[in-house]
Design a protein around this ligand. Structure first.
Ligand code: SAM
Ligand code: SF4
Length: 347
């Protein structure tokens, strides 16, 4: 499936819930988000049907995300349903890892190919602060449980915050040095609460790591389905990756679309534009009609995001999520900016 700019779209990120068992400061307000009611969330059968139609259009990779995907009951059942769809080659998961240890066996049994565990710091006190109450030990146990499966690729994702200490990034990078996981640093994007938080650029993090570990070499092979640039530091068993969505726009190679937990298909993270597939599904539409609708929305995928324009961030300095979410009146290039937070879109 190609878009209007000739980009092949083969990757769909599927949010299975907007709920979460943590409250990361840059993602969710302390009190949580107003939860979407169960009947408004796509059922497993509805998700699997959309994945099957997507597979017919050339989607080969599905990422299950959220909110926190592991808080959705029986997630491994959904994973198995999606993995058994002809044409779907990989099913992966992004999680905070808190519930991973309990669920990893079923997930792997049902076909999990790779898992990203989000851990922004290894310092227990800082982790508790950033996640508003989380226990990093639990996330690390989840990570270790996943790493015990040699056929499952395990990556750690960190969104570096301005107020963190350099030592925190060095400690995270050591996970790659000792071979526990590839570690990726993701620049904070001006989405939802991210509009009111400052992160650190990939350059900043890379130069901190260079001072400690020496000059890295860029890894030219392929790792994963996304835009990360991977570095091999001297003596490291695994790679360190950088996802520089803000400082280095990589939209020319974008291969993805998103499906929210309510069944809204979005061709680009930054814009609100998309199509309500749940309404189609529940109005009794046939596969052909849904397929055409999906093809049309993918075709219209915007050329690029405008994160570097810092859209919304300055206007929202010091504001709340409510304010951040209400600023989609700002339009970039005639398109509506996304008004939802990352936990609702499916980061
Ligand atoms: N709860 C799961 C987790 O934390 O991995 C999955 C959903 S979470 C929204 C997915 C990823 O998005 C996490 O790695 C999180 O750190 C990241 N994220 C959230 N808000 C972000 C923002 N404004 N900019 C960049 N990444 C963000
Ligand atoms: Fe939850 Fe993930 Fe958002 Fe943290 S980043 S609040 S774990 S959805």
């Amino acid at each position: 499936m190609k878009d209007q700019f000739g980009r092949a779209i083969d990757y769909m990120r599927v949010s299975v819930t907007d709920r979460c068992n943590l409250r990361c400061v840059y993602c969710m307000p302390e009190e949580g988000v107003s939860a979407i009611s169960h009947q408004d969330i796509l059922t497993f059968d509805e998700i699997a049907r959309l994945c099957r139609i997507g597979a017919g259009l050339g989607i080969t990779k599905i990422k299950l995300t959220g909110g926190e995907p592991l808080v959705r009951k029986n997630l491994s059942v959904l994973l198995g349903m999606v993995k058994s769809i002809p044409g779907i080659e990989q099913v992966t998961l992004t999680t905070n890892g808190i519930l991973l240890k309990e669920q990893i066996n079923e997930l792997v049994y049902n076909g999990l190919d790779s898992v990203n565990v989000s851990i922004d710091t290894l310092d227990p006190e800082r982790y508790r602060k950033v996640t508003r109450g989380g226990c990093v030990e639990k996330a690390l146990k989840g990570l270790a449980a996943a790493a015990a499966f040699p056929d499952v690729r395990v990556k750690v994702n960190c969104v570096p915050l301005k107020d963190a200490q350099e030592e925190e990034y060095i400690q995270l990078a050591l996970l790659a040095k000792d071979g526990r996981a590839d570690v990726r640093f993701i620049e904070m994007m001006p989405i939802g609460m991210g509009k009111i938080f400052s992160g650190r650029s990939s350059e900043e993090i890379c130069s901190i790591l260079k001072r400690t570990f020496g000059e890295p070499e860029q890894y030219r092979g392929r790792l994963g389905n996304g835009p990360a640039v991977y570095m091999q530091f001297p003596g490291f068993r695994k790679k360190v990756g950088f996802i520089s969505a803000v400082s280095h726009q990589f939209c020319g190679g974008c291969n993805r679309v998103r499906l929210t937990s309510e069944g809204y298909m979005k061709p680009c993270l930054q814009y609100g534009n998309g199509v309500d597939l749940r309404a189609l599904l529940r109005s009794g539409a046939g596969d052909d009609e849904i397929c055409e609708t999906m093809r049309d929305i993918v075709f219209e995928k915007p050329a690029c995001h405008q994160f570097s324009a810092d859209a919304g961030r300055k206007a929202n300095a010091g504001a709340t999520l409510d304010a951040a979410e209400k600023t989609n009146a700002d339009a970039v290039g005639g398109m509506n900016l996304e008004s939802k937070g990352m936990s609702k879109i499916g980061g």
